[in-house]
Design a binder for this molecule. Structure first.
Ligand code: FAD
Ligand code: SF4
Length: 493
């Protein structure tokens, strides 16, 4: 049930006042209720693109941080891919010192306002949290991400998010290819050491998936822009509409354009398809195209859009990850009468974050588990009219540890739809590997790098993020960027 933001705020204020009177023992901390995230009402938000989560109030952030038991062994730190000093930042927040809290986070993470929103904390830091273990529910762990988000937002809103200091020029030049979280991290860390940095981005706007993939209602674009603006203020040069491998090859940059090193952070932007009949019909989209039109080219804003958006009444989204949830929830906001999410396993195996699944349901997305499309059918003008589907059951576990979906023979049925969005994963774009002789890739097309340094098979060329890991997460991309930047800086030291 949706709880109004005002009542969450007043309940937190009351509890905080009560706790300020006592010397808190661990038992008292365990008893503090989890602070729910205030959100827009589901009916209202399914008609707008504004952020779903409103963010904690100060009282809630402080109270949530007070739930931390300050464990000596701090298992939460081991669960964080970039090793943030979680108990220390929570201690500062519990004392109401939000500035100190965010500074502690920034020692290890460059993008706390982003990570506080999109990191899968329930499978990382919060999964290891002692409090969650005591209460036997990962959803009752300290809400580390929500406190992180609060302190980062406060710092930005108060204009306290400064520009990192840049050391005097060294004369070295680094090309950073792509502008997603891996590249943003490399650009900042390398520029800080005084090296010249130029960022090359294929699209006309910077930010990678943070901009064109994750929708505004989960990650406001103003937050991404602020991070890009900070890089510009640090002196990073930006070149958009620049497709490395077409406009210039990497070797041109290194051998003719004066760059001493290059970082490849080109992500995993190549959509996978189902390879079923009917995928070329009008009304079939990859989630990538659908989300890019809506996010990057603002197709939802009909009057100012840079591209039209397909008008749909009955949409089927195929897949069960975050991308599928984003596509389904975008289709709801674009005015579809019905949005059906079709997934061939059960909800338990769905890779999407639990929060996204809950939000999608609240917004009216209809879930079809253990079903999948086997054919897409068209009518007049080759437009989609129906989808033939099969029912599935779960068999033995596969290599991923998840039970394998097995189609039930003779279970075919038809679903009336006019739009099909395919969200079954992304691979890496082969352009750079195909235009860079000697760059080693693996059988999935990901660049092979040295684990400790991120160095590729070619001297002076580093790579990190999804182009190395396959479609992964923002925090892992940032972690990879950190490692590569440290190796580049060491090479020039
Ligand atoms: P990207 O963010 O993919 O950026 C790569 C950039 O390189 C792009 O801007 C691209 O245009 C550019 N580029 C590509 N080729 C070239 C070229 N030849 N020349 C110049 N530029 C080029 N992760 C989470 O942690 N939480 C989430 O909730 C989450 N939700 C997601 C939702 C969606 C819809 C998608 C698609 C992904 C989501 N992810 C999420 C995954 C996460 O966004 C990625 O793991 C992360 O962005 C990878 O960062 P990156 O820097 O490696 O690359
Ligand atoms: Fe606090 Fe949980 Fe980390 Fe313990 S594991 S220090 S309770 S956040």
């Amino acid at each position: 049930m949706h709880v109004s933001p005002e009542s969450l705020k007043s309940a937190a204020a009351e509890k905080l006042a009560e706790l300020k009177e006592i010397d808190l023992k661990p038992k008292d901390r365990v008893d503090i209720p989890v602070q729910e995230m205030p959100t827009q009402d589901p009916l209202e938000r399914s008609r707008n693109m504004s952020e779903v989560a409103i963010g904690y109030y100060a009282e809630q952030a402080q109270l949530e941080a007070m739930r931390c038991l300050q464990c000596k062994n701090a298992p939460c730190i081991a669960g964080c891919p970039v090793g943030i000093r979680i108990p220390d930042f929570l201690k500062a927040a519990a004392e109401g010192d939000f500035d100190k809290a965010v500074e502690i986070i920034r020692e290890n993470s460059l993008l706390p306002a982003v990570c506080g929103r999109v990191c899968p904390q329930e499978t990382q830091c919060q999964r290891s949290c002692t409090l969650g273990k005591i209460l036997k529910d990962v959803n009752k762990s300290v809400a580390i991400g929500r406190v992180e988000r609060y302190v980062a937002d406060l710092q930005r809103e108060q204009g306290h998010q400064g520009v990192p200091e840049v050391k005097p020029p060294t004369g070295k030049k680094v090309a950073v290819i792509g502008s997603g979280p891996a590249s943003i991290t490399v650009a900042a860390d390398v520029r800080r050491e005084g090296h010249e940095v130029t960022m090359f981005e294929a699209f006309h706007k910077l930010g990678g998936v943070l901009l064109y993939g994750i929708p505004e209602f989960r990650l406001p674009k103003a937050i991404v822009k602020k991070e890009i603006d900070t890089l510009v203020e640090m002196g990073v040069e930006m070149k958009t509409n620049f497709v490395v491998g077409r406009t210039r090859k990497i070797k041109d940059l290194l051998e003719q354009d004066g760059f001493d090193a290059a970082f490849i952070g080109t992500g995993a932007g190549l959509p996978k398809f189902m390879n079923i009949p009917g995928e070329n019909l009008v009304g079939v989209f990859s989630a990538n195209e659908y989300l890019t039109r809506s996010n990057l080219m603002k197709a939802y804003d009909v009057k100012r859009a840079h591209t039209p958006m397909y008008v749909s009444k009955k949409v089927a989204v195929l897949g069960g990850g975050n991308v599928a949830m984003d596509a389904a929830r975008t289709a709801v906001r674009l005015g579809a009468d019905e949005v059906h999410l079709v997934y061939r396993r059960t909800e338990k195996e769905m890779p999407a974050r639990v929060e996204e699944v809950v939000h999608a349901r609240e917004e009216g997305v209809i879930f079809h588990m253990l079903e999948n499309a086997s054919k897409i059918l068209g009518g007049e003008n080759d437009c989609v009219t129906q989808m033939e589907c099969l029912r599935y059951e779960l068999g033995e576990s596969d290599d991923s540890g998840r039970r394998r979906p097995v189609a039930i023979e003779g279970s075919e049925f038809l679903m009336d739809v006019d739009t099909v969005i395919i969200a079954i994963g992304n691979g890496s774009n082969p352009l750079i590997s195909q235009t860079t002789d000697g760059l080693e890739i693996n059988r999935w097309g990901n660049i092979v790098v040295d684990e400790a340094t991120g160095k590729s098979s070619l001297d002076g060329i580093y790579a990190g993020g999804d182009i190395v890991l396959g479609a992964a997460t923002v925090i892992l991309a940032m972690g990879e960027g950190r490692r590569c930047a440290a190796a580049i800086n060491a090479e020039f030291a």
